[in-house]
Design a protein around this ligand. Sequence first.
Ligand code: HEM
Length: 442
Amino acid sequence: VPGPTSLEMARGFRSIRADPLSFLVAVSGRFGDLVSFPVPGAPALLLNDPADARHVLQTAARNWRKETVQYAALARVTGPGLLASAEPSWIEHRRLAAPAFHHQRLLAVSDQVRAAARDAVGATLDRSAPAHGRTVDVAALTHTIGLDAVGRALFSTDLSGQAQALLDATSDAAELVVRLGRSVLPTAAWTPTRTNLRLRSARRRLDSGAAEIIAQRRARGATSTHGDDLLGLLLDSGMTDGEVRDELVTMVVAGHETVAAGLAWTLMLLAEHPEAQDRLRAELADHPGPVTLLDHRDQLPWTRAVIDEALRLFPPAWALSRRSDAADVIGGREVPPGTLVIISPWLMHRREDPWTEPLAFRPERFLDSGAGRSAYLPFGLGPRLCIGREFALGEMVVVLAELLREHRVTVPAGWSRPRAEAKVAVHPRGGMPLVVTRTGGG
Ligand code: HEM
């Protein structure tokens, strides 16, 4: 299998670390859909053929486990929670958590998510803002909403008291996890002692935040059941407090940064494409009653298409990794047990086939009958598909509705896009400054 040489990897080390997204695009442009990285031992492959990705993540998922540096690093923060666990027993925790994401439940927590969005929008945007608008970092705004929505909808808890501590700890943890996890691109060096110490401190802060949430709920719940939100389900399930804590930290880490980044990019694309934004505002104006977490399914086709297209161009989860348990065949070649594969939604969503003009923002693609879907995996595929997918799509629609019904976003003078930085999520480096103006509507 073709791929860069050890010498090339060593020479490119700094730029790979600084910008892994560009590195992925460059190697696949040069070597094609199957790229081999020079590592000792079992092969390390980058897969960019949609059929290969489906094979690993779905058809043969049983043989491809999350036993990778990326997930081992994540587990240092979340413990063996739902996202990081490589064990087949992950399915038991998934089954326990699943009812918290069922449709009825999502419908029931729509008000909470809407309130999280409304509060943050209200606090950030002065109602008497001048008619010419003002520049706001919408990435900071969506971050606040993302955390608040997880707290209210999944834990029935107001996280605002601990918000700053949790945000700081998750972003510290995320940064360190990325530093460790980058060694999925096999050049990165470990920087053990300082990183380890900081990871431990981030983990301690997250753990104590989670322990506080659990203690509060236990104090409140004098009866045998703790309610049917996620926290209640976990507490009633017979899990140990440690296991519950791992799942809470997992949901905080997996559930707010991804949505926040996805929303920031969506708002940027809407600011760059005023006609798409007007159409979205018109669709929302026609929508009867408040938007719920399920309306993305069939009530608001244009809004949903905009989100789908934004998650194509800027998929927050930019790399998925797996390791094989058994020999298998990838791209017509036999690979031994222990083979590492990296599948990058960022890369796959930029393929010319099936995405014509892949870099163009064209929500219409998603109004058509499933064109390109085989090469679309912002939430993964198969048994480890994102458990928060419906929640995330619903939340994104609700937040766009709250923000854009009465406001317009435009790009500031002298606009240039923030750089896409690959941390745990692909996020806009330095924030997303957009001009927000009241439309006078609503
Ligand atoms: C798994 C993306 C929002 C919780 C995943 C995976 C992806 C993903 C790609 C699969 C990883 C893999 O196969 O290696 C996203 C994106 C989101 C989002 C792009 C937002 C736009 C959320 C939310 C939550 C969440 C809101 C929870 C509240 C999880 C969990 C898993 C997961 C627990 C592991 C599921 C399992 O393995 O059974 N996510 N996610 N995610 N996500 Fe999300």
